[in-house]
Design a protein around this ligand. Structure first.
Ligand code: BES
Ligand code: ZN
Ligand code: ZN
Length: 515
């Protein structure tokens, strides 16, 4: 990961290669620093403000030179709640200008939650430095510009809280932001890797790497094909059977320090994260058309986010932040391929809980792998809460578009808390209903349930209803991330390609849930 954040205290505006200054829309006129910049540039700033009709609005960015101080001053307008994306856009502008060191000034407008501000700044900095170019030649790779140093500055006239304490909080926030970015980098890298290079075994190796890094806090257990058969995971194995790549049912466990202490009085919540992990979805014998298939390496984006979360859990203790919960992760990893051994439309498979499923479309495979994972979590891990992330349906993209994920849940207060967390973290999420009357369309004439309904309407809902048939004892949230798992454009903290959507919300949710 390229980039270093240095925390400093210097007189505004200081000097250096580039200054990034965030101008809050509602305090544009009162801002002393902007006034000073205007004086130093002999009124140029005001001129530019006028010329470009700059009102400090979101996505307004302008740049100017300040001779003797900076080669470049980038001023980004922001609305109060969304400054992180504007800051990220300012970093991106600096990158295109081939700037390698930027100075960011904290000002009172950011409020006094220093930890949170530093976390967001560091996160924006590292996420905009992300690129996936390991398959490009060296010259091409060098063309993607990165900012090497970010000076995070609190102004010399800063007064108020104990300075030492403020520095400590800023440092902690920067370390946390960096760690979060590391998790997002991992999730993005895994999704961006093509299926030629990433398959169930690769995900397993990644899980073992995380186990090793965690120094004992994370344990990984992988069930191979035989073990899955012995338990009765017929739905998961049916999806995998057409591929030459062996399926891996990967289970991770994060043990909190609290439960290690074995205190009987303190109740430790246990949460299970399940990530859809189809390393390539060709559709199977219900083969996808070429246009639908070309992005299907992303069909393990849910699993990638789960691994990203565990990567963060593995290192949280080292920066003095711990999560006092038991967290499980499940990646039912396999490929969905057509072949002489492949699952056929009309086949009936049997899930870990004994329910039989008539498979009428082999392209509705995610719900089959998730059915076994959901039952496994309840039967063997006995977790109170289950959250699954899945690139599950094109229908969810039709409903909510490419940026918004769909949430379904069987517990209103859990869903509400999760939605609030997503909003705070800037990940777009909208609740859709688990509308029970539609469940009758999943009735099969020959088995307990079938894996598709007769039509396309409400496809995200009926997929969620299918999953809900396998949830009995747990509070549960299902996130359909087919839209936001992948982005066609680079903007703000998002890069073209894999996004890592969901990771930030889940980490924050794990931190706060039940406490
Ligand atoms: N992996 C796809 C869903 C998907 C589509 C993810 C586009 C990301 C982008 C899933 O396995 C699938 O093929 N779903 C079918 C279900 C249908 C056959 C009921 C779909 O959405 O068309
Ligand atoms: Zn599919
Ligand atoms: Zn799929």
């Amino acid at each position: 990961m390229i980039g270093k954040v240095k925390i400093k205290k210097i007189q505004f505006p200081s000097r250096g290669e580039a200054l990034i200054y965030i101008a809050f829309e509602d305090s544009l006129k009162k801002d002393q620093n902007l006034r000073l910049l205007n004086e130093l540039t002999a009124g140029k700033l005001q001129e530019k403000f006028k010329l470009y009709d700059f009102s400090g609005n979101e996505n307004e960015i302008l740049s100017l030179e300040l001779y003797g101080f900076y080669k470049e001053i980038i001023i980004a307008g922001v609305r109060r709640e969304n400054w992180q994306e504007s800051l990220a856009n300012a970093f991106r502008l600096a990158q295109t200008k081939k700037i390698s060191e930027v100075t960011f000034f904290y000002n009172q407008n950011f409020g006094d939650n220093f930890f949170e501000v530093a976390k967001k700044v560091a996160l924006a900095f590292y996420l905009t430095n992300y690129s996936f170019d390991c398959f490009k030649n060296k010259q091409e790779r060098q063309k993607t510009r990165k900012i090497e140093v970010l000076n995070f500055v609190i102004p010399a006239n800063f007064s108020g809280q104990n300075e030492k304490e403020v520095f400590h909080l800023l440092e902690k926030g920067v370390n946390y932001g960096r760690l979060l970015a590391e998790g997002v980098y991992l999730a993005r890298d895994l999704v961006n890797q093509p299926a030629s290079h990433l398959y169930p075994q690769t995900l397993m190796q990644e899980a073992f790497k995380i186990e090793k890094e965690s120094g004992g806090q994370i344990k990984v257990n992988v069930l191979d094909e035989n073990e899955c058969r012995r338990l009765g995971m017929g739905a998961f194995l049916a999806v995998a059977q057409g591929s030459d790549r062996k399926p891996m049912f990967i289970v991770l466990k994060y043990q909190t320090l609290l439960s290690k202490r074995g205190s009987s009085k303190e109740k430790v919540n246990s949460i299970c994260l399940i990530g859809k992990s189809i390393t390539f979805d060709s559709g199977g014998l219900s083969l996808k058309p070429s246009e639908g298939m070309e992005t299907m390496k992303i069909d393990m984006a849910g699993g990638a986010v789960v691994l990203g979360v565990f990567k963060i859990l593995a290192h949280l203790g080292k920066i003095g932040l711990n999560i006092d919960k038991e967290v499980y992760g499940i990646l039912p990893a396999c490929e969905n391929m057509p072949s002489g051994k492949a699952l056929k439309p009309g086949d009936i498979v049997s899930c870990l809980n004994g329910k039989t499923i008539e498979v009428l479309n082999t392209d509705a495979e995610g719900r089959l792998t998730l059915a076994d994972a959901l039952v496994y979590a309840q039967k063997y891990l006995k977790t109170d809460v289950i959250i699954d992330l899945a690139t599950l349906t094109g229908a969810c993209m039709v409903a909510l578009g490419k940026e918004i994920a769909g949430l379904f849940g069987n517990d209103d207060s859990l869903s509400k808390e999760f939605l609030q967390t997503a909003k705070k973290e800037g990940e777009k999420l909208w609740q859709l209903p688990l509308y029970e009357p539609y469940a009758k369309n999943l009735k099969s004439t020959v088995a307990d349930i079938k894996n598709i309904t007769g039509d396309r309407y409400g496809g995200a809902i009926t997929a969620a209803l299918f999953l809900s048939e396998f949830v009995k004892d747990a509070k549960w949230i299902h996130l359909d991330i087919a839209g936001p798992a992948f982005s066609y454009e680079t903007r703000g903290t998002t890069s073209q390609g894999a996004t890592g959507w969901g990771l930030l919300t889940i980490i924050d949710f794990l931190k706060n849930y039940g406490s």
